[in-house]
Design a protein around this ligand. Structure first.
Ligand code: DQA
Length: 160
């Protein structure tokens, strides 16, 4: 099989299952929460932009937010069975949750970690991530665009 066929097969594989875009605590407050740090976009705006980018890439998405650690863990487990990949902004659980780390490790699907803010410019406690070591890649500091870039990465596309 030549390279182009392999690429088509990769895309088709992605198209058979949705990408889960999972958001953790306090991300429901986007738009009003610390706009100087997180900007003015609401989570609904981000979902809409992701839906548009996913459509262009030929991907299905499942977009969710929860304030509960256990629910996030359950969704990651579900994604392991039903998703082609995970885009994860775990919010503060990024920096605290061994349970989330274990669930991601067990899920066995590619994970892209996303943060709206550049966590490395912020408090020291945000420099530790329990997600990064089980992620394919990390995107932070690019605002909502990070979600769309993560979708492109999972689609195996550079956006062309
Ligand atoms: C965040 C960064 C986290 O440190 C913080 O707890 C969040 C949002 C981000 O998107 O920049 O809730 O994940």
């Amino acid at each position: 099989m030549d390279g182009s066929n392999r690429r088509v097969r990769t895309k088709l594989k992605h198209m058979t299952k949705p990408v889960y875009i999972l958001n953790g605590p306090n991300l429901n407050l986007l738009g009003t929460r610390e706009p100087g740090v997180y900007g003015n976009h609401t989570l609904a705006d981000i979902e809409r932009d992701c839906a548009g980018r996913a459509k262009a890439l030929g991907l299905e998405i499942e977009f969710r937010q929860t304030n509960m650690e256990g629910e996030l863990v359950t969704w990651v487990q579900e994604a392991g069975l039903k998703a082609s990949g995970i885009v994860l902004n775990a919010g503060a659980y990024t920096h605290t949750s061994v349970a989330l780390h274990d669930a991601l490790r067990a899920a066995g699907v590619p994970v892209i970690e996303v943060h709206l803010s550049n966590v490395y410019k912020r408090e020291e406690f945000r420099h530790k991530s329990y997600v990064s070591t089980v992620a394919v890649g990390v995107i932070c500091g690019l605002g909502p665009l990070g979600y769309e870039l993560a979708l492109e990465a999972l689609a195996g596309s550079s956006g062309e």
